[in-house]
Design a protein around this ligand. Structure first.
Ligand code: FAD
Ligand code: MLT
Ligand code: ZN
Length: 566
């Protein structure tokens, strides 16, 4: 490859070649209209809008969700025992007999406080609310409640606590670890009707809003005011800020703006007994006592329901560039990351990676996707985004970085997007991978934090273990040391699961990683927490859970091992 390739004119030429064979533009794809291409709006040089296509999730309209992946071989029908959805070696959980079952008086009470239309018993709507995004977990709740205010959430919880009725807090239901759906008959409390922006301070960039605001709507709201959300993820068209905070969602911008533990300035939460905890501060600095809001960030609805959030939002910058690069080996990806941090410095806003198997999957299962670096596939791909305020300075920096990376042999091919459509197309490949995996069949999904230099060793070892049983697909937020390890197979199979678990958890623990980088523990990994946390820490968590929710009614069976909280 010649160095000139990276000159803007050469890159443009290459992209023109791609444009004559257009990559997908979800904005125009009628077939995908139902899956709500969301689009992050960027302003590029103050004129053109960058649309990052939304991937893979329908906006939640209760009762309208499709069930094309529903396999019908659910194992979770036995009354009193719930199984993880795939495989006979799945974890069996028993319904906690101390929880009451719903009766007609309960329904009457809820109708009285919420109004008839916010007390949902319709079967189709319940099926959707009982089922997770991956269609791996399904509860059997007979009731979905849609409160509109904090006071209503408080009345619901106070009542449920007094009756010992278990509940599951639900946002956009895009969670990937079975945390957002009931395990048995828990009452579903979905805060999607609490979707107002309360205030926005244009000077400080502090946004205060209700928990049910959809992330994408907040992104649009801020875009009109010259700001952005500090987090962005493929599920933005459906996930809610309350769900994001409750999972401490990471996503595509964490590298630049940090985690929600840093960006959330305050929140309001309702405890299991109905008490409203007002911690909705809007101060950057406040060292008065324990900072209790952090308990709710990432506790996956196990300590109460988040009803309002105050969040620090960064200003929107005018110059965004996206490069999509090929690397011959994982070592080059690592070195490229280090170089990107060194040479791009403050303008680096995303560093994502995917392997050859991921690209093959995207090409087979994502509508309209074409190979951006033809003709053949490369071993690894890296998506780099820069965001800054000076177009020529940013481009110069990126060009210098690319030239030196190419001279150093770190990249073997690549493109720099010349317009929003091209940028969208490469983002679509990366963001579309969760959807592509679902389309490919069974998906064993693991979300791991690992030291970057060791991260891909696990993928290779997994391939050796699985041989031809399944395809190992790896991608993730390399800039954050976050591997998304996915094992894809035509169907769920105990033989496959036995090769993966507990190996994947043991390997992660041995290498001092975390078994949940960003998706949480939910139901899937509630019993696995000790792989990543010490017994003393887990004991303290169980004590906090018991203190805040003595009856254990809020999101039972999730996050912590049941044996520790009874
Ligand atoms: P839900 O799925 O409804 O709930 C998630 C958990 O939070 C549950 O335990 C639930 O009980 C609890 N919860 C929800 N709302 C509240 C509330 N108001 N109060 C208390 N508890 C609540 N995650 C990432 O971190 N990074 C990614 O890049 C990312 N990309 C994704 C891409 C796709 C295509 C999909 C489908 C998912 C992705 N996720 C990602 C996972 C998921 O979208 C996030 O975890 C998201 O933050 C969940 O928000 P939600 O509103 O859908 O919450
Ligand atoms: C992502 O980064 O795409 C999400 O976390 C979802 C996934 O892991 O598949
Ligand atoms: Zn992720």
């Amino acid at each position: 490859m010649k160095m000139e390739k990276w000159r803007w004119s050469s890159a443009a030429h290459r992209l023109l070649r791609l444009c004559s064979n257009p990559l997908s533009d979800l904005r125009c794809s009628p077939k995908l209209q139902n899956s709500t291409p969301s689009g992050v709006l960027y302003r590029h040089e103050g004129t053109c809008e960058w649309i990052r296509p939304f991937i893979g999730q329908q906006k939640q309209h209760f009762g309208q969700r499709s069930h094309h992946l529903w396999s019908g071989n659910c194992l979770g029908e036995t009354p009193g025992i719930q199984n993880r959805f795939f495989g006979a070696t799945a974890t069996k959980i028993e319904r906690n007999s101390k929880f009451a079952t719903l009766n007609s008086n309960d329904i009457s009470y809820f109708k009285e406080i919420l109004g008839e239309k916010n007390v949902i018993q319709d079967e189709d709507t319940l099926l959707s609310a009982n089922t997770d995004w991956m269609h791996k977990y399904r509860g059997s709740s007979k009731l979905l409640l849609l409160p509109r205010t904090t006071e209503e959430v408080s009345s619901i919880l106070k009542y449920c606590n007094s009756r010992c009725l278990a509940v599951v807090p639900q946002g956009g239901n895009t969670g990937l670890v079975g945390g957002s759906v009931p395990v048995f008959d828990e009452v579903i409390i979905n805060v999607s009707s609490m979707n107002n922006v309360i205030s926005f301070d244009k000077v400080s960039g502090i946004l205060v809003c209700e928990a049910g605001c959809i992330l994408e709507n907040l992104i649009s709201f801020l875009d009109n005011r010259g700001f952005i959300m500090p987090l962005d993820l493929g599920a933005k068209g459906s996930c809610q800020i309350g769900g994001n905070v409750s999972t401490n969602a990471g996503g595509l911008r964490l590298l630049r703006y940090g985690s929600l533990h840093g960006n959330v300035l305050g929140l309001e939460a309702v405890l299991a007994n109905g008490e409203v905890l007002d911690m909705l501060g809007t101060l950057r600095k406040d060292n008065t006592g324990y900072d209790l809001k952090h308990l709710f960030i990432g506790s996956e609805g196990s300590l109460g329901i988040v009803t309002k959030v105050s969040i620090l939002t960064p200003p929107k910058l005018s110059s965004v560039n996206v490069a999509f690069l090929a690397c011959k080996d994982y070592f080059s990806c690592q070195k490229l990351l280090l170089e990107a941090k060194r040479k791009l410095g403050e303008i680096l806003s995303a560093f994502e990676f995917l392997d050859e198997q991921s690209m093959a999957l995207a090409l087979s299962h994502l509508e309209g996707v074409r190979n951006p670096l033809p003709p053949s596939l490369h071993n690894f791909y890296v998506l780099i985004e820069t965001t800054g305020s000076n177009e020529s300075y940013d481009r110069e920096k990126l060009e210098a970085f690319l030239l030196s990376a190419m001279e150093g042999g770190l990249i073997s091919d690549g493109i720099v997007a010349q317009d929003i459509q091209q940028a969208s197309s490469v983002w679509h490949i990366r963001e579309g991978l969760p959807e592509a995996l679902i389309k490919a069949g069974a998906n064993y999904k693991y979300d791991l934090s690992l030291p970057v230099e060791k991260l891909y060793n696990l993928v290779e070892e997994m391939r050796t273990r699985l041989e031809n049983l399944a395809t190992v697909v790896a991608y993730g937020h390399l800039g954050d040391g976050n591997l998304h390890l996915n094992i894809s197979a035509p169907q769920y199979d105990d033989a496959i699961l036995a090769q993966i678990e507990p190996f994947v958890y043991e390997w992660t623990s041995k290498n001092r990683g975390s078994i949940s980088a960003e998706h949480g523990l939910g139901l899937m990994k509630a019993n696995k927490i000790l792989y990543s946390k010490s017994p003393a820490a887990v004991n303290l968590m169980a004590s906090i859970k018991k203190l805040l929710d003595p009856n254990g009614i809020v999101n039972p069976y999730k996050v912590l091992p049941q044996s520790m909280i009874h």
